[in-house]
Design a protein. Structure first.
Length: 487
């Protein structure tokens, strides 16, 4: 079985996605990778030696350079606006120039599969021009993301036969939802380098998801890409990149998503407890993820007992039924605990009489003042008791929730310094009965994190600020609970 090389284009293609940006310092945190310089073939009617872009590549510290070359006649004639022959010269001369300067060169044959559909012979000529000039690898690109696995399979077979011995790579986009499938098809057809981005970020709908590709190749197809301990950090890595990009991780992402190994229906949860293989395609620990049994009105007593055990809560015989009944009652009011694991654990602690509140609330108040200059200022005042001591704190914030959060942390932060490590990472509001307009019941979901664990909390009220306060308090109280959480 051939070795497969991973080419992470997160810092290049990934930054082409909407709202994606990393500072130079953040990019340098990816310190274990081999850096590849990236650029275009020479400009038309300019010698390679005189092309400024190629000179910069030649003088860079990177030992490997990736060049983008057009392999679609549509782009050659309508975008670059050169003849067929000139485009082939641009590819070959640019590759040769960098090789003379001691670089290893990869050609990204841009729009290759579209070009192959238009004129297979010319698309092959473009790949051959780079190979003849000494390119180390030809990477076939589905730049528009519109190809399907059968098209990839045919093109790979033709290229492999036409360019025997030339190492091939694959670079796909996900516009038709097939980027990962197309990549795996290309590997099946002989590609020995796979390009993609972490979490599939990239221009338009994104690139091939390198996280999914790694897991598929190693766990499904038997390729040895990462050591087991590295593979076990796949979930952590995926979440780190999202954190750097200030994105909320996709809970439904294969392998690493919060819901990738989550089970809600009672039958599914029971099956997993009996034998995990009944409803799980791999052991989640292999990729650093965890099994999660979601709590809802569909849950049975077994699910509740399991969640209690994981939280280190000792329960009596009637406990599970009391919790099931309480969950059903609250869900009829608008609560939803499958996304609020922090609030659910607190509910279980209350039923088990092991709940440890951070404080006793006397009152809170929020004022919002709209100024004539358009500025809106928010101020919150809270009055709470911790033991026998009363705390009154006032804080300003960017909105009611932020102001309440600041005031509360100010009041109890010295007593509970761990609060400084807890950040709110997501805030979602949903109107439950739109027909009641501004008088409708509101559900607020918060996600919080201490940098290691992420948990959800919930509040439901006709008053959106009251719902937000309840969710905020739950998020902090969960993070401060002393009981161990068992594996």
């Amino acid at each position: 079985m051939a070795d497969i090389q991973l080419y992470d284009a997160t810092l290049r293609d990934g930054m082409g996605g909407g709202g994606m940006s990393l500072t130079a310092g953040e990019k340098l945190r990816f310190e274990t990778a081999e850096i590849v310089a990236f650029g275009m073939t020479r400009r038309r009617e300019i010698a390679a030696e005189e092309d400024e872009g190629l000179r910069i590549l030649a003088e860079s510290f990177a030992p490997v350079c990736t060049l983008v070359g057009k392999s679609s006649l549509l782009h050659v004639e309508k975008v670059v606006r050169v003849s067929r022959e000139e485009n082939l010269k641009m590819i070959g001369e640019s590759v040769a120039f960098l090789i003379r300067h001691g670089k290893r060169v990869l050609l990204d044959a841009e729009h290759f599969f579209d070009g192959f559909a238009e004129d297979p012979g010319y698309a092959l000529d473009c790949a051959r021009a780079a190979a003849d000039a000494g390119a180390e690898r030809i990477v076939l690109c589905d730049t528009n993301g519109g190809s399907l696995p059968p098209q990839i399979r045919v093109a790979m077979a033709v290229v492999s036969e036409a360019l025997p011995g030339v190492p091939l790579g694959i670079h796909t986009h996900d516009d038709s939802g097939c980027a990962v499938a197309n990549t795996l098809t290309a590997v099946e057809g002989g590609a020995t380098q796979v390009q993609g981005t972490i979490n599939g970020i990239g221009e338009r709908v994104g690139n091939a998801n390198l996280v999914t590709i790694i897991a598929d190749l190693q766990l499904k197809l038997g390729y040895e890409l990462l050591a087991p301990e590295q593979l076990a950090r796949l979930t952590e890595t995926a979440h780190l990149v999202d954190e750097l990009l200030n994105r909320t991780p996709n809970p439904a992402q294969p392998y690493v998503g919060k819901h990738a190994f989550a089970h809600k229906a009672g039958l599914h949860a029971a099956g997993v407890r009996a034998d995990a293989q009944t409803f799980e395609h791999i052991d989640p620990l292999l990729v650093g993820n965890d099994r999660d049994v979601l709590v809802s009105e569909l849950s049975g007593r077994g699910t509740i007992s399991e969640k209690a055990r994981e939280a280190g809560i000792s329960v009596d015989e009637d406990f599970a039924q009391r919790v099931v009944d309480r969950v059903k009652s609250l869900e009829h009011e608008g609560f939803q605990f499958e996304a609020a694991d922090g609030s659910f654990e607190l509910l279980m602690r209350r039923e088990a009489d092991v709940y440890e509140p951070l404080f006793r609330l006397e009152s809170w108040r929020v004022t919002v003042e709209q100024r004539a200059d358009g500025r809106a200022e928010t101020e919150a005042t809270i009055k709470i008791w911790i033991g026998e001591e009363r705390y009154v704190r006032t804080a300003e914030g960017n909105g009611p929730v932020n102001a309440l959060d600041r005031a509360l942390r100010d009041a109890i932060g010295e007593i509970h310094p761990h609060l400084r490590d807890i950040d709110l990472v997501n805030f979602k509001v949903r109107i439950l009965d739109e027909t009641k307009g501004t008088g409708a019941v509101t559900r607020v979901l918060l996600d919080a994190s201490d940098g290691v664990e992420v948990w959800g909390s919930i509040g439901v009220s006709e008053n959106v600020i009251a719902a937000s306060w309840d969710a905020l308090v739950d998020s902090l109280e969960y993070g401060m609970q002393p009981a161990p959480r068992l594996p």
